[in-house]
Design a protein around this ligand. Structure first.
Ligand SMILES: Nc1nc2c(ncn2[C@@H]2O[C@H](COP(=O)(O)OP(=O)(O)OP(=O)(O)O)[C@@H](O)[C@H]2O)c(=O)[nH]1
Length: 400
């Protein structure tokens, strides 16, 4: 019963521990993956825009070179399209930067440079427009000079921005790695803490069960004690009430035990008590409950047993006690036992049954010891009480 309840608690603790650990792992894993996705997505968008924008200064340089060498008007058209695209790109990057988590101080210089580029665009557009209208050469020096300024400004700003994003994303990655490590350590600590608490609870429960068991066990003989027998009797009475099964009780007291103590010493007396306990356990069935009530007095509760069964067992015990070898210096001593036995035929509980069996034991003592006195029913005790000793010893046979 105790072992089963301990096992049950252990199983429940293991299930609770596994559940908590799984939930923690899922929650933290979900959080980390969410954080990673979020940060990754922010920088990916900005980096993509910057990579596209970096194509503008490259295209501008190629177009300006082509204009310088071939003077072809088609390059004026290309330049015109490019100048229409550059401000939109700058504005888009400016907006993305403001929305990003980057420190504004880190990209303030870039924005200034882009603003300067924007301020040069109208003059360049005007020169291109004039050349398109035939008011100048396509490879005009003014177009080339303004175009180179714009190209250099854009190339510098976008390459700085690219560098800044690389740095920010490297820092972010590092941060995420530290965060992941911290969460893993946290999870480990949490699991260890939960494990420790579980262990402690389990240990406390076992300790309580051990103490409970100890408070119901006789230290010398390892048998149950009076309290344990009372609990067992309550269960047996409950079974008797529900199923109408028989129930008998036997009280046993060693005869003249004081003489053993006096003659051979208390330790020998202890050894005799322990040996006698073993004899009792050997003689009873598995369902019988053997207890030491105190001193040299023992009791046997016999569920599903009628008085005849109790008497038969009592006779076996009387015989086994007489032939029980005593330890060391007491080897020559012959031990005997007096027994009272009753069967419960009323539902008056353990105390009543005990008082009846105690009376039988008292009679066994006063009528000469080394004998059994039994009673079939409380109401007929006076007439049906029977005092006798096992066969083969007529001197101790006393009948009513
Ligand atoms: N060695 C030992 N002796 C015990 C223990 N408990 C009680 N005793 C002794 O048991 C003896 C009981 O003595 P009594 O009550 O006079 O009973 P008795 O000598 O057996 O005589 P009857 O019961 O009348 O036959 C006492 O000497 C107690 O000291 C124990 O745990 N160990």
């Amino acid at each position: 019963m105790t072992a089963a309840s301990t096992r049950g608690l252990g199983l429940r603790l293991v299930i609770a521990f596994t559940l908590i650990a799984t939930l923690c792992a899922l929650a933290i894993g979900y959080y980390v993956s969410q954080a990673r996705q979020q940060v990754g997505a922010d920088y990916t968008a900005l980096v993509t825009d910057v990579v596209r924008a970096q194509q503008d200064p490259a295209a501008l340089r190629i177009t300006l070179d082509s204009l310088e060498f071939s003077q072809d008007r088609i390059h004026l058209e290309q330049l015109h399209d490019l100048l229409g695209r550059i401000p939109r790109r700058i504005e888009s990057i400016r907006m993305q930067l403001r929305r990003s988590e980057l420190d504004p101080a880190s990209y303030g210089g870039l924005l200034d440079e882009l603003a300067q580029v924007e301020s040069r665009l109208p003059a360049l557009e005007a020169a291109v427009h004039a050349a398109q209208e035939g008011q100048g050469e396509p490879g005009d020096d003014e177009i080339l000079a303004l175009g180179m300024d714009v190209e250099e400004g854009l190339a510098w700003a976008y390459s700085e921005l690219n560098e800044l994003l690389h740095q920010a994303s490297a820092e972010q990655r590092q941060l995420m790695e530290r965060l992941t490590l911290a969460l893993a350590v946290l999870l480990l600590l949490l699991l260890l803490a939960i494990g420790a608490v579980m262990r402690m609870l389990f240990h406390l429960h076992r300790q309580r069960e051990t103490m409970r068991l100890q408070s119901r066990t006789d230290e010398l003989t390892a048998l149950g004690n009076r309290r344990w027998l009372r609990d067992a009797a309550e269960e047996a009475f409950e079974r008797r009430r529900r199923h109408g099964t028989a129930l008998s009780l036997m009280l046993l007291d060693l005869d003249h035990f004081k003489r053993i103590n006096d003659a051979y010493g208390h330790p020998v007396g202890d050894a005799v008590l322990a040996d006698f306990a073993r004899v009792l356990q050997r003689e009873v069935r598995r369902v019988d409950r053997v207890a030491r009530m105190g001193g040299e007095e023992f009791a046997i509760l016999m569920p599903d047993s009628h008085l005849a069964d109790a008497e038969a067992l009592a006779e076996r015990i009387v015989r086994a006690t007489r032939s029980m070898p005593l330890p060391g210096p007491a080897a020559e001593h012959r031990l005997t036992v007096s027994i009272g036995a009753v069967e419960a035929e009323e539902d008056n509980g353990f105390d009543h049954l005990y008082s009846r069996v105690d009376q039988r034991l008292y009679r066994a003592k006063t009528e000469g010891r080394d004998r059994i006195v039994s009673a079939r029913d409380a109401s007929t005790e006076a007439s049906s009480s029977d005092a006798h000793a096992p066969d083969g010893d007529p001197g101790n046979t006393v009948c009513q």
